[in-house]
Design a protein around this ligand. Sequence first.
Ligand SMILES: [Zn+2]
Length: 98
Amino acid sequence: MEYSQNQYRLLFEDGESEMLIRCKCGNKAKIASRNTFSNIYTELYCACTDVTCGHTFAMSLSFKHSITPPASEVNQFLFEFVKNMPADKREELMKQTA
Ligand SMILES: [Zn+2]
């Protein structure tokens, strides 16, 4: 099932992020800034909070795919799933559920 990009947003505000990023030294890193290219892809610019380390680095964050659709989209998901089944499998399913 294909989702439009507008259905997902990588939402995290500076200072409100629940995402924990660790520097390679093991200490926490802050998201100093970000470049958002779309609702499903952003680049994070991070800085280690340990001043003796001072590492700054970039990471990318993207939405990949759903594993379980949101409850509000289950009917649409099932419709798309059945629609894309091979015709013989779909017919067999219809006979079993009639
Ligand atoms: Zn560090």
